[in-house]
Design a binder for this molecule. Structure first.
Ligand code: NAD
Length: 398
């Protein structure tokens, strides 16, 4: 079978952001190309036009497809013959530049993979949702933690009822890199993340709590009802929160908590989730992603390893593995699983099918809207002494 059958060719990727000195753009390109299903063809790689062009050789992008702005890229690419033009646009710019690129790309008919948080605010997210609904594009949001094999294994186990009724979700995303006022030292990634005009209404909560919240929603499918949140800024002079906790009441009666920190000494990128059901509980940590603990009272604790061939591995878990057990897979592979699920849909669309935009394996525009609603309501709750506020948005999916 050819690559991306029945398309039988690689998908052509355009990268926005990812210029020299940046972080996640390079990860997107590696993840997208990991399975030989895509090639980086075009780019508007930086806000600085010279750097945008100078960064193109790092991705093997031909000079003619290295654009000085995303506007120029979308306009030029849309006019190219179908067998040359890009298939999808990956958006890896700071948050305030997501919406304008995403909306323009969708309106030009290109599929999109957008990093999180999906937009700068909820208004933009709802507008973008409409644009996507009016199109037939594939729209993925890179909540990459959903791509880990054991996360997908856990999701299938939970949705099958193996843990019983879900009573509680505790998720946290703990970092320590902003313990000092790094933004005052002109560190690029710290500077925009702590600037409300670029990051949005929240700091740590927009940057990383959105991942932790999305993970609980993805793994359990529970629908949120209300939220109470307390955010704090511990580092003097910082303009946005660097620590916070939200409590979530789910429609089912389950309780959830999401804690995010960027000021915990020595903590690196500790995304962790524990889920308690009436028949069992589980715990998964992204810093040790090839193991998951499942516990039941009165029984020895079970350690699930990432093993595509083990009898205990379910279909979703096995489908997300590339290597035999004991050969560690991690961040790139999980990121690539989000891409791979979105590619399946892009190939179906290219073959003339109408694509499912809501009930997808990969996080999508609806999840992106939910993420923005979560941020908005957490900030509002925190400013009202942790008042309980609604959290269920019409975009919420089961
Ligand atoms: N999914 C994840 O795990 C993950 C991890 C890190 C960052 N992110 C998200 O990815 C995005 C980027 O974060 P980062 O840490 O890589 O930022 P960064 O500052 O390292 O890189 C941003 C890049 O975008 C470019 N850029 C800015 N405006 C542009 C424009 N108008 N046109 C073209 N390029 C432009 C910059 O020049 C730079 O190359 C953010 O939204 C962030 O929240 C996600």
């Amino acid at each position: 079978m050819g690559i991306n059958a029945p398309l039988n060719r690689k998908l052509r990727m355009a990268l926005v952001g990812g210029g020299q000195g940046s972080f996640i753009g390079r990860v997107h390109s590696i993840a997208a190309c990991l399975d030989n299903r895509a090639v980086v063809t075009a780019g508007a790689l930086s806000s600085n036009p010279e750097r945008a062009k100078a960064s193109a050789p790092d991705y093997d992008i031909a000079e003619s497809r290295a654009y000085s702005s995303y506007q120029e890229m979308l306009e030029t690419e849309a006019k190219l013959p179908e067998d040359e033009r890009i298939d999808f646009v990956s958006i890896t710019t700071p948050n305030h530049v997501h919406f304008e690129v995403a909306d323009a790309a969708v309106k030009a008919g290109f599929n999109v993979v957008c990093d999180k948080p999906m937009t700068f605010d909820l208004d933009q997210a709802e507008t973008l949702l409409k644009s996507v609904q009016e199109s037939n594009v594939v729209f993925a949001v890179s909540h990459n933690y959903t791509g880990y094999p054991l996360v997908r294994q856990a999701r299938e186990m939970i949705l099958n009822g193996e843990l019983g009724e879900i009573n509680a979700i505790r998720s946290q995303y703990i970092q320590g890199w902003l313990r000092t006022q790094l933004e005052a030292e002109d560190q690029k990634q710290a500077a925009w993340r702590t600037d409300p005009s670029k990051s949005g209404a929240a700091g740590a909560f927009g940057d990383i709590a959105t991942h932790a919240y999305n993970l609980g929603r993805y793994m359990t499918g529970l629908l949120p009802e209300t939220v109470s949140c307390s955010l704090k800024t511990f580092v003097e002079g910082r303009k946005l929160d660097d620590y916070g906790t939200a409590i979530i009441r789910y429609e089912s009666g389950a309780l959830g908590s999401v804690t995010a920190s960027q000021i915990s000494h020595g903590r690196e990128n500790d995304v962790e989730i524990e889920i308690d059901g009436t028949k069992g509980s589980l715990k998964w940590r992204q810093e040790n992603p090839n193991e998951m603990i499942v516990r039941q009272n009165g029984k020895p604790h079970q350690i699930y390893t990432r093993d595509p061939n083990a009898p205990f591995t379910n279909g979703s878990g096995a489908a997300a593995c590339r290597l035999p057990s004991g050969h560690p897979e991690a961040f790139f592979e999980a990121f690539a699983n989000v891409y791979s699920s979105a590619f399946d849909a892009m190939v179906a669309r290219a073959a003339g099918e109408t694509v499912e935009q809501r009930d997808t394996v990969y996080p999508n525009v609806y999840d992106g809207v939910e993420g923005m609603y979560f941020i908005q309501q957490c900030v509002a709750s925190s400013s009202q002494d942790a008042a309980w506020l609604p959290l269920k948005h019409a975009a919420a999916r089961k």
